[in-house]
Structure formats: structure tokens, C-alpha cells
Write a protein that binds this ligand. Structure first.
Ligand code: SF4
Length: 299
């Protein structure tokens, strides 16, 4: 374990989630992977696989990315090409699944109904984006989309990738697309992070920042004028998590939390606890409800 890891370690929403699910997974993904040996190379390759749970969300984000590029060029969005692009993204990933999909790498086949549900769900998301949301974009100025960004929060480097940032008059809006089930703004950690990043990056008073969460199936939009107190709460949370993570002294402090989620863990093939879970599980993988996948950006 590289003794310099603490200097390199930064915070992101996906790292925070991983810390909550399984600390050993965070160790593999964000610390051990950067060592300079063969095992680290293997971890690096495994990190690049994506879970079938996120494939539908990724496909929709990818399509919206293309559609917003068209918006940036002043062209209208096209539903037909968006639907084809989404469906092809899913099919191409499944075609080369052994090298791309975590669950297949972990020795499972993907249930046919799961794939069919994913196609149905993603096509509704894309249709809602093109028909119900894209018309709103005509009037706004494009600022950025899907760029890796970071900012300093009380000495902690916070990493993020805003889905879309736009300006209308004096208001700057950071938008996050969601393909998962609708929930309340308070339960979405992106809200204060996006608000603070946007305020800092565009040197804009918090009162002029809006965060917009767009649920694509069923379609609904939540908007927030993020308050200082919500941002303070987020600072406390991030500082608390960073203190816990950085107090780890050795690999043993990153305790494994084996469970059903090991089936979709990138590192199950190299993790003793995860391998045991896989051994005792059915060989056909089924998500159940594809709409649970958020498609949120990973590190
Ligand atoms: S396989 Fe399971 S126990 Fe092992 S790192 Fe992944 S989630 Fe944790």
C-alpha cells in the first residue's frame, strides 16, 4: 500500500457511496489500484468494467450527451437517432460483455427479461428527454456538460462531473439527469455539491444558482435554490467521511462488507469474501427493476 495515498485521496459522490457499501471495494478501487505491481494492474482493468445495473443509465446519459452536443451546435434534437443510439449502446456493450460487464466477468449470464426491461425503460427516458425536456433547452445558453471538474472544499479536493450547466439571464442552472426512481431533493447528494461547484466556478452568488434534477421515467423536474445551511451540512458530511477514511492505517482497516452487492462488484473475482458470495449465488443475474439504476457518473 503506497504510503502517499492520503495525499492523493479526494472525495466524490461515487467514492462516498462505495465507502458506504464496502470499504474493501474502496481500497481496491481508489488506493491499491495505484500501486505499481501486477495486482494493481489487474485492479485497474477490473475498475473499468461496468455493472449491468448502470448500463441503461449510462446509455441514456451517452445519448443525452450527443443530443446536447447538437444543442451546442444550434441543431434540434432528433428522437429517432437518439433511440437508435441508446439501443445500440446497450447491445454493443452486451455483445462484448465478457470484457465490459462486471456480472458476466463474475461468471453470470444476464437474464433476458432484464435486458428487455432495460431497452423499454431507456427508450421511455430518451423519448421524455427529447419530447418534454429538450424543448426547454432552446432558450438557454450552453455552458458545459459532462466535464470532469474539481474544487477545493476546506482543503478537501471534491471531484464531480456535472451533467449539464446552462445560463438563462443571470441564473446559472446545473442539471442532473436521473434514470432511477424519483426521490426528494434532500436525498440527492448531488444538490449541494453541484450548487457549490457552480457558484465557485462561475463566480456567481448562491442566490443566482439553481440545481435542477430531471427524472426521465416517469418525467418530473425538481429544482432547488440551494441554501448555505444545506452546503454546511454537506461540508460536515464530507469532512467526517474524509477523517474516517484517512484514519485508516493499513489494508485491514478497509473492512469487507460481503452481501448481494458482491454480484455486481468489479473486484469479486479477486476478493475472498466476494468469491464466496458468488459461489453460492444463482448463475443467471436479474436486476428485477431496471429503473433502480441511476446511471450516475462514476469516478
Ligand atoms: S466483492 Fe464484496 S466484499 Fe469484496 S470488495 Fe466487492 S463488495 Fe466488498
Amino acid at each position: 500500500m503506497d504510503s502517499q495515498w492520503k495525499e492523493r485521496f479526494n472525495w466524490s459522490i461515487s467514492r462516498s457511496r462505495q465507502w458506504g457499501w464496502c470499504r474493501k471495494g474502496l481500497f481496491f478501487k481508489c488506493i491499491r489500484k495505484y500501486d505499481k505491481d501486477l495486482f494493481a494492474k489487474k485492479l485497474d482493468r477490473l475498475s473499468s468494467l461496468q455493472s449491468i445495473r448502470f448500463l441503461g443509465g449510462k446509455a441514456v446519459h451517452n445519448t443525452i450527451f450527443e443530443q446536447i452536443q447538437q444543442h451546442e451546435l444550434g441543431r434540434p434534437s432528433s428522437l429517432d437517432s437518439a433511440l437508435v443510439s441508446t439501443s445500440s449502446y446497450i447491445d454493443d456493450n452486451l455483445k462484448f460483455g465478457k470484457d465490459l460487464i462486471v456480472e458476466i466477468q463474475n461468471g453470470m449470464k444476464i437474464d433476458k427479461a432484464t435486458i428487455q426491461d432495460m431497452h423499454t425503460h431507456t427508450s421511455v427516458c430518451v423519448r421524455n428527454f427529447c419530447e418534454r425536456h429538450a424543448p426547454n433547452l432552446v432558450a438557454v445558453d450552453y455552458l458545459e456538460h459532462e466535464q470532469y471538474r474539481d474544487y477545493l472544499m476546506d482543503g478537501v479536493l471534491v471531484k464531480l462531473r456535472p451533467d449539464f450547466v446552462s445560463r438563462s439571464g443571470s441564473i446559472v442552472t446545473a442539471t442532473d439527469w436521473k434514470t432511477g426512481k424519483a426521490t426528494s431533493l434532500e436525498r440527492i447528494p448531488q444538490v449541494p455539491v453541484l450548487a457549490e461547484y457552480t457558484s465557485k466556478h462561475y463566480a456567481c452568488d448562491l442566490a443566482k444558482i439553481r440545481v435542477e434534477i430531471v427524472f426521465l421515467n416517469p418525467y418530473s423536474v425538481l429544482t432547488s435554490n440551494c441554501s448555505e445551511s444545506l452546503i454546511d451540512e454537506m461540508h460536515c458530511r464530507i469532512r467526517g467521511e474524509m477523517d474516517e477514511i484517512l484514519s485508516c492505517k493499513s489494508e485491514d482497516d478497509f473492512v469487507a462488507n460481503p452481501g448481494h452487492h458482491c454480484l455486481s462488484c468489479n473486484f469479486a473475482t479477486v476478493c475472498e469474501e466476494g468469491s464466496e458470495v458468488i459461489k453460492g449465488s444463482p448463475k443467471i443475474f436479474s436486476i428485477g427493476e431496471t429503473a433502480d439504476s441511476t446511471g450516475d457518473s462514476e469516478d
